[in-house]
Write a protein that binds this ligand. Structure first.
Ligand code: HEM
Length: 487
């Protein structure tokens, strides 16, 4: 087993969503049920045939131009630099592999290291806190029912592109009775008025800039924003033989170069969140509270670099927004969380070099639990202070990882909803992530350590995010999709 990978990633075989942030402003997700297995397998094959005229093609992790012919008005000689106007990706759940008859037709099929994937999101829901209103019986659109077989993701640069590829895709889904559409949902970048025009911005509801921290993968494309953390081994995000904590799914032509994506739709209580910030204004400035619970000011500036203001003198360039540690190799830094509380969202979901229970050395990394996030908000931009318009808002997208148990589920169970994960800091036993933890008004608590005396405490808040849908999806390679089509 290699501690450090030197192998080259096979970018043309790996789905683009895994390794590249598309930065497209809109997305449509389709949840499909297999109706006619042979027709469904054949259609999956057409999505990777290389015949763009026949069907939109799955986007790989290669450079943009590959596989996309120049469009009307494009200079063909400039096509290598052309950005496509759509990106297409496919995920298949375990019931989906069964419904496609992959399990019947491939005796060697094995996902033995991937119990979470085989059990599926609904069966695993309770262990990640998806109980009560977050429980599978409340999920929308057929998620968690066992009929949730295939997720198709269509990103687009414009409404026109979304409309035209969506029309092509929905006609294809129905051909030969291949699939029944159970649900579709749209996400779109939030808009802000700049110079009198609406401009898409990389923000999420609750008003924070997002998509700042994305892992760098050794041998993969660079993230748009420098990560400043130890690069991750590729097998943490792409299924490879050299992995240290799983066996590649079998047969290898199905498993290799795949990944797993946890599709998740989360409703956000924007009105409740703003009134929570305002209702504590006698204790703490609402913007500072917003920063303390996230670990970044709403404009993305990290508390670790600027604990008192979101606009430090001289500014912080975008390249430096990830250039910080919580605990350095010599133990210095912010071990107690005076600047950035240990219980803040970003410090819980990625403690960086802070040793956590059971692992880590100061200044090291907690890379084996990192996630790649690919999401966009849904619902219109909310302007704080406006009356509740009753429109649903939230976030939908994929958490990409090679090991759902050890990455996505581990983070939620051990770090988000738990208080005892940092041995050196004693959090109140009821503390959970304020942004996404499963809090209830009776017991919730958020603590902000102070240089002297007891921490500043905020109580009495409920959860602001409710799970609407989850699907544990296998993101097959191009080879695997061809293999399935050929069965
Ligand atoms: C509606 C729900 C959520 C909201 C509004 C939200 C918001 C944010 C924001 C604003 C950031 C900071 C931007 C950045 O560092 O890139 C962030 C970072 C992050 N979030 Fe969330 N998040 C949500 C759900 C989740 C969930 C469910 C998970 C885990 C399963 C998660 C995992 C992460 C990770 C891993 C980071 C990067 C932290 C780092 O590397 O420093 N988030 N989130």
């Amino acid at each position: 087993m290699n501690a450090m990978s030197t192998s080259k990633l096979d970018l043309e075989d790996i789905q683009g969503l895994i390794l590249r942030g598309y930065r497209m402003p809109m997305v449509r997700y389709y949840l499909l049920k297999v109706k006619t297995p042979a027709a469904a397998r054949a259609l999956l094959g057409r999505l990777v045939s290389g015949e763009e005229k026949d069907a939109p093609q799955v986007t790989t992790a290669e450079e943009w131009q590959v596989g996309f012919a120049p469009g009307p008005g494009d200079d063909p000689s400039a096509s290598p630099c052309r950005r496509p106007d759509y990106c297409l990706n496919v995920g298949i759940t375990w019931p989906g592999l069964v419904a496609l008859e992959v399990s019947d037709r491939v005796p060697a099929l094995s996902f033995k290291s991937f119990t979470a994937f085989v059990e599926g999101a609904a069966q695993r829901a309770e262990r990640v806190g998806d109980k009560g209103l977050n429980a599978p019986e409340h999920w929308i659109g057929g998620f968690g029912t066992g009929s949730d077989h295939v997720m198709v993701t269509l990103h687009a640069l414009s409404f026109e592109a979304l409309r035209s590829y969506a029309l092509r895709l929905t006609a294809l889904f129905e051909q030969g009775g291949a699939f029944e559409q159970l649900w579709h949902g749209d996400g779109m970048a939030l808009l802000e008025i700049q110079d009198g025009k609406p401009v898409p911005v990389p923000k999420v509801h609750f008003g924070y800039v997002d998509a700042i921290s994305t892992p760098t993968i050794r041998g993969g494309p660079e993230p748009t924003q420098p990560d400043h953390q130890e690069p991750c081994e590729p097998w943490l995000f792409v299924l490879l033989e050299e992995a240290e904590n799983y066996y590649l799914p079998e047969p290898p032509q199905l498993g290799r170069n795949g990944s797993f994506g946890v599709f998740k739709m989360m409703r956000q209580d924007v009105v409740g969140f703003e009134s929570f910030l305002q209702s504590n204004k006698d204790t703490i400035n609402p913007e500072l509270l917003a920063a303390k619970i996230m670990g970044r000011w709403r404009n993305g500036v990290p508390l670790a670099l600027s604990p008192d203001t979101d606009s430090p003198e001289g500014g912080i360039s975008p390249e430096r927004l990830n250039d910080f540690e919580y605990v350095n190799q010599d133990g210095s830094g912010d071990p107690r969380g005076l600047r950035c509380p240990v219980g803040s969202h970003i410090r819980r979901v990625n403690p960086r070099g802070q040793p956590v229970t059971g692992q880590g050395r100061p200044g090291g990394s907690n890379n084996s639990h990192r996630l790649i996030r690919r999401g966009l908000p849904y619902g219109p931009t909310y302007i704080p202070g406006q009356p509740d318009d009753g429109i649903e808002r939230g976030l939908l997208g994929y958490f990409v990882n090679s090991n759902i148990e050890n990455q996505y589920e581990f983070i939620l169970k051990q770090w988000v909803d738990d208080a005892a994960f940092v041995g050196s800091v004693r959090l109140n036993p009821n503390s959970k992530d304020v942004v996404i933890g499963h809090n209830d008004a009776a017991g919730s608590i958020f603590e902000m350590p102070q240089p002297q005396g007891p921490p500043l405490r905020i109580n009495g808040f409920s959860n602001f995010v409710t799970t609407q849908a989850v699907a544990y999806c296998f993101l097959p390679s191009v080879t695997a999709l061809k293999f399935i089509a050929g069965l």
